[in-house]
Ligand binder design. Structure first.
Ligand SMILES: [Zn+2]
Length: 159
């Protein structure tokens, strides 16, 4: 069986008064991520990992931020599109391992809900979705709560 690995990274600015949607879940916070679609940093990193594994360019190639179709939409829809793209190329998703890097709020209580959201869209078992979180120890733009970063890897298998 042919297996391939993919890697994704994303970053968004954090701005006062914006909704903070991560992994398809809205966090309770005074500020949120700013960007195209719903600025879901975790889902964007996962999309890039999935596309990368199948050598299908990146999220900006398929869903350009100049395209008004993608303005303000749920990034879970983009993830669904990515699943279709790898399936069309003969692959299925094996697992996801993702890492969030942000100072606040605490992510742990939201992780089970995020896993459910990702499982619904990808068809993966919950046990094949790992979401971890760390702070940046108050250093740099993440430490100053000016931005949020996510990394993700995934594995795909040829069907
Ligand atoms: Zn993004």
């Amino acid at each position: 069986m042919k297996i391939k690995v993919g890697f994704g990274f994303d970053v968004h600015q954090i701005k006062e008064g914006y909704p903070f949607i991560v992994g398809g879940v809205q966090l309770e916070h005074h500020a949120g991520a700013f960007g195209h679609s719903d600025a879901d940093v975790l889902v964007h990193a996962v999309c890039d990992a999935i596309l990368g594994a199948a050598n299908l360019e990146d999220i900006g190639y398929h869903f350009p931020n100049t395209d008004m179709r993608w303005k303000g939409i749920s990034s879970l829809l983009l993830l669904k599109e990515c699943m279709g793209l790898i399936q069309a190329k003969g692959y299925q998703l094996g697992n996801i391992d993702a890492m969030l890097c942000l100072e606040a709020p605490k992510i742990k209580p939201y992780i089970p809900q995020m896993k459910i959201k990702l499982a619904e869209v990808t068809g993966l078992d919950i046990d094949d979705i790992s979401i971890k979180a760390t702070t940046n120890e108050t250093m740099g733009f993440i430490g100053r709560q000016e931005g949020v970063v996510a990394y993700a890897v995934c594995l795909i298998e040829r069907v």
